[in-house]
Design a protein around this ligand. Structure first.
Ligand code: ZN
Length: 592
C-alpha cells in the first residue's frame, strides 16, 4: 500500500456528495497537518475549496477516534495515536465550472484540489487513489490523466497513482457515460472525451485538433507527456478551459462542435472552440512546465503574486489563434479578422493607459478575477494586451534577425533552459534571452512594453510585414460592430439590454455622453428627446438628433425617476481593421 491512500466514492449523486477516505501511515505521537488548497493553478482567485468539506472525522488503526484540531478555514492538525490515521469526510460538489467539483445523476467531475486533503508532511510522497463505482451507474466510466495502476484498464474504475500531491491535484477526473475518440501525435495517444450529449463531427474535430497539437509539438521540439486528455463538457451555453500537465478540462456550447451535416462549414463558434483547445494544449508547456519562479512550487494556501502572466497567458493567447492559420485550418485573412478583434478589445478599453501588463498580472487576484463594473475603464487584460506584445515581439525578432529568430525561438529557449529542467522564470529572463537573440536591446524595449501603461500602437509593426491597419468607428449605439466611414455616427458610450419599458444600462464608458448624462449601470433609460427609448428605437432616434446637441433624457434609478440631458457625440475611433497589402512581406511573418 502506498503511504498516502485516497478512496473516493459517490456518496449521494442526488445530494451532490462525494465521500472521501484518506489513510496514511503514521508514527505514534507525531503531528500531521491536513490542508485543502484555497486556489488552483491556472485560475488566480481565492476560492476556499474547504468550505465544501462536510463531516470531517479521523480514527486510528484500532478504530478509536482521533481528535482533529481546527487551525483555520483550510488547515487541521491530527496527532497520531498508532501506526495509521484514517480521515473521512464528504465533499459537496455542485459547481458546473472547470475549476471545482460536480456530481449529479448524469455525471461526476472533480479537481483534486477540491476533494483531496493534503497531508502536508507527506505531500512529496507518492499517493494512490481508488475510485469506487456506484452500482446504479454501471455504464459510467473514468477519464483522467492520472497514471493507471497496473491492474487498471483505461476508462476503468479502480486504482490510480500519482508521484506526489501536486501531481494528484493536477489530474482532474471525469466520471460518466461519455463519448470519446482518439488520435496520435508522434506516437503519443490523445483522447477527446465528451461528457454530455452532442451532435458534433468528432472525427473532423480530432483531425483539426491533431493538426494544432502537431504545430505546438513542432514548436517546442518534444512532447513532455505519455498521453493527453481533452475532456469537454458541453452545455447549452458555456465557454472555458483549464490547463493541466497532461490534460485539459474544457466547456463549450453544445452546437460549437462541427456539424456532420455540413462538412464544409467553418463557423466562428467552431474556430473559437479550436482556439480554446489550442490555447490549453500550448499551456502544457507554457505555464504548466515553463512557469514563473513564484509558482515553483505552487503555494496554494493563499495568493501568490507574479508579474509574468502577460507571458504565460499573453504568448499562449497569441499562438492559440495564430496556430489555427499555421496548421492550415483557417486562411490568413481569417486570422487577421481574429487578430483585429483582439486588437479592438485592447484599443477600445480605457485601462491600457492606467495599468501595465505587469501590474495586471500582479493584481489578477482582485482586479482581473473579480472585475468590477469599472473594469473596461480601469484595467487592461494581460491576455489580450499580452498577446499583442507577443505579436510585436514575434515580428520584431523576425525583422531584426532577418527571419533567423522569432517568438518560436524564444519559446524553445525557454523550454530548454527553464521548462525541461523545471526552473522558474523571472521577468529579466525574458529580457535577457530577447536581448541575446536580437543582438541588440530588443529585450529592454520589451520590458518597457511590459512595465509601462501606454497605448500600444500596432500600425508600425504590422506595416513592416505588409499588413495595413485601419481604425474605424462603432457602427451602432449598442454594438461593438464597426464601420469604416468618415460620416457622423452617434455615440452613446454605454451598453444596454432590452427591457419591457426602456433599456437597461449594462456598462458605461469613461468620458462618454452616457456618463456625462449621469447614466450608470442598472439605470433604466426610458426616453430621449421626449420620445420612448427602446432597444429597437434608440439607434434610429439618435441618428436623427444633431451631434453635440443636448436633448432631454429620462431614466429610472431604482424606483426614482431622474431627468437629465444627453448630447450624442461623433463615434470616437474605436476598432482596428487589418488587411494585407503586400503578399510577399507577410510570408516572412508566417514562416516556422
Ligand atoms: Zn490560458
Amino acid at each position: 500500500m502506498s503511504n498516502v491512500h485516497y478512496t473516493l466514492s459517490l456518496a449521494s449523486p442526488n445530494a451532490h456528495l462525494f465521500a472521501v477516505e484518506l489513510t496514511f501511515s503514521s508514527q505514534v505521537g507525531q503531528s500531521y497537518q491536513l490542508s485543502l488548497p484555497a486556489w488552483l493553478p491556472g485560475s488566480y482567485m481565492i476560492r476556499d475549496f474547504a468550505k465544501n468539506i462536510i463531516s470531517l472525522h479521523a480514527e486510528s488503526a484500532n478504530g478509536a477516534a482521533v481528535d482533529i484540531e481546527k487551525l483555520d478555514k483550510q488547515n487541521w492538525r491530527v496527532i497520531a495515536t498508532d501506526e495509521k490515521v484514517t480521515v473521512r469526510y464528504q465533499i459537496y460538489a455542485f459547481d458546473q465550472s472547470v475549476r471545482t467539483a460536480y456530481l449529479d445523476n448524469q455525471r461526476g467531475f472533480f479537481n483534486g484540489s477540491s476533494v483531496f486533503l493534503s497531508v502536508d508532511e507527506l505531500a512529496g510522497k507518492p499517493c494512490q487513489l481508488t475510485l469506487i463505482p456506484f452500482a446504479e451507474f454501471s455504464q459510467w466510466r473514468v477519464a483522467t490523466g492520472l497514471t493507471r495502476a497496473k491492474n487498471t484498464e483505461k476508462f476503468a474504475w479502480g486504482d490510480y497513482v500519482a508521484d506526489d500531491y501536486q501531481h494528484l491535484i493536477d489530474c482532474p477526473v471525469a466520471l460518466g457515460d461519455f463519448d470519446c475518440t482518439e488520435f496520435e501525435v508522434e506516437g503519443v495517444r490523445h483522447h477527446l472525451v465528451f461528457t454530455s450529449n452532442h451532435y458534433g463531427d468528432t472525427q473532423r474535430l480530432a483531425n483539426d485538433v491533431a493538426k494544432l497539437c502537431q504545430h505546438h509539438v513542432n514548436l517546442f521540439g518534444e512532447i513532455p507527456f505519455n498521453e493527453y486528455w481533452f475532456i469537454t463538457h458541453l452545455l447549452e451555453n458555456g465557454f472555458g478551459g483549464l490547463e493541466h500537465k497532461n490534460s485539459t478540462i474544457l466547456q463549450a456550447s453544445r452546437f460549437d462542435l462541427p456539424n456532420p451535416q455540413r462538412p464544409e462549414e467553418l463557423t466562428d463558434e467552431y474556430k473559437t472552440f479550436l482556439s480554446l483547445c489550442s490555447h490549453e494544449y500550448f499551456h502544457a508547456w507554457n505555464v504548466c512546465r515553463i512557469k514563473p519562479k513564484e509558482f515553483t512550487p505552487y503555494a496554494l494556501g493563499n495568493e501568490v503574486y507574479t508579474e509574468q502572466l502577460w507571458a504565460y497567458e499573453g504568448i499562449t493567447s497569441y499562438y492559440d489563434d495564430f496556430s489555427l492559420y499555421r496548421a492550415g485550418i483557417i486562411s490568413f485573412d481569417d486570422y487577421l479578422k481574429l487578430l483585429s478583434k483582439t486588437a479592438t478589445r485592447v484599443y477600445r478599453g480605457k485601462g491600457e493607459t492606467k495599468q501595465s501588463v505587469a501590474e495586471s498580472s500582479f493584481y489578477t487576484w482582485t482586479k482581473f478575477y473579480k472585475q468590477g463594473p469599472d473594469a473596461a475603464n480601469n484595467i487592461v487584460s494581460y491576455y489580450t494586451k499580452g498577446s499583442l506584445i507577443a505579436l510585436w515581439l514575434d515580428i520584431s525578432l523576425r525583422t531584426k534577425t532577418n527571419n533567423q529568430y522569432s517568438l518560436d525561438t524564444l519559446m524553445r529557449e525557454l523550454w530548454i533552459h527553464f521548462g525541461r529542467p523545471g526552473l522558474g522564470t523571472q521577468q529579466h529572463d525574458f529580457v535577457n534571452i530577447v536581448n541575446i537573440l536580437s543582438n541588440d536591446n530588443l529585450g529592454d524595449i520589451l520590458l518597457s512594453h511590459i512595465e509601462q501603461a501606454d497605448k500600444f500602437e500596432l500600425v508600425e509593426i504590422l506595416n513592416q510585414v505588409g499588413v495595413k491597419v485601419n481604425k474605424s468607428k462603432f457602427a451602432k449605439l449598442n454594438s461593438l460592430d464597426t464601420k469604416n466611414t468618415e460620416a457622423y455616427i452617434p455615440y452613446l458610450g454605454a451598453m444596454y439590454a432590452k427591457q419591457s419599458l426602456g433599456v437597461k444600462i449594462t456598462s458605461v464608458s469613461e468620458d462618454s455622453p452616457a456618463e456625462k448624462a449621469g447614466l450608470t449601470i442598472g439605470d433604466i433609460l426610458i426616453a430621449v428627446d421626449n420620445m420612448k427609448a427602446s432597444e429597437a428605437s434608440l439607434t434610429k432616434l439618435a441618428n436623427h438628433i444633431s451631434a453635440n446637441t443636448p436633448v432631454s433624457c429620462l431614466y429610472f434609478r431604482d424606483d426614482q425617476l431622474i431627468s437629465s440631458e444627453i448630447a450624442f457625440e461623433d463615434s470616437p475611433l474605436a476598432a482596428i481593421e487589418l488587411s494585407v497589402v503586400d503578399e510577399q512581406q507577410i510570408k516572412q511573418w508566417q514562416q516556422f
